[in-house]
Write a protein that binds this ligand. Structure first.
Ligand code: AKG
Ligand code: MN
Length: 208
């Protein structure tokens, strides 16, 4: 099925699909999924209209700020526990609906929620984890869209340390993760010392 998608997009400059993982799970990367103009507009709309929150985690009894801002949107009733925090979704905005329907065309699924992350600078990050919460089902399908500064997305296999994949996720890119990837791989966005523009990432999900 993905081979078919590759053949479809293989000749096109834009929207080129590349399989970055096809062992113990699948990751398909569309480097230029949205045009620069659309991506600029989406970044601006999301930066200004999303209800960004500073969440905290408890570590050794202390409350620590998450190193990024987050927001949770989706169908009513699809609440979700993330980093030990129960997230109640806000209703879809027109911008989120537009982005969602574009990625649904290629993912061939309907997403019912999205977790948004705002990385204000290179100091913001997300540490190693898998998107394997039980409410995402056995083999979660995650549609990850990025706008703003390019950041490095690192994947590493849980049992085979030398199996690692790093992908630079630029403005307007789309990464689709599916199959068993969340069972066998971890991912992170590391901090960076380099000057990077703010970045917004949206991970569309299906909550059962
Ligand atoms: O910012 C990203 O590209 C990844 C975010 C992520 O892994 C998550 O929110 O679960
Ligand atoms: Mn994740």
């Amino acid at each position: 099925m993905y081979q078919q998608q590759l053949n479809l997009f293989g000749e096109q400059e834009s929207c080129q699909a590349k399989i970055v993982i096809n062992l113990d799970g699948e990751a398909i990367f569309y480097r230029t999924f949205f045009t620069i103009e659309e991506s600029d507009q989406f970044f601006c709309e999301l930066e200004n209209s999303i209800n960004w929150r500073q969440d905290h985690i408890k570590l050794y009894g202390k409350s620590i700020d998450l190193p990024r801002l987050t927001a949770w949107y989706g169908d009513e009733g699809k609440s979700y526990i993330y980093s030990g925090i129960e997230q109640h979704p806000s209703p879809w905005t027109p911008t989120l609906k537009k982005i969602k329907s574009r990625i649904e065309e290629v993912a061939n699924v309907k997403f019912n929620s999205v977790l948004l992350n705002f990385y204000r600078s290179g100091k913001d990050s997300v540490s190693w984890h898998s998107d394997d919460e039980p409410e995402l089902g056995i083999n979660p399908i995650i549609g990850s869209v990025s706008f703003g500064g390019t950041r490095r997305f690192c994947l590493k296999h849980k049992n085979i340390p030398e199996r690692k994949v790093d992908i630079e996720l630029p403005h307007g890119s789309f990464l689709l993760m599916k199959g068993e990837i969340q069972h066998h791989w971890l991912h992170q966005i590391p901090k960076t010392q380099q000057a990077v523009k703010p970045r917004i990432n949206l991970t569309f999900r299906i909550i059962n």
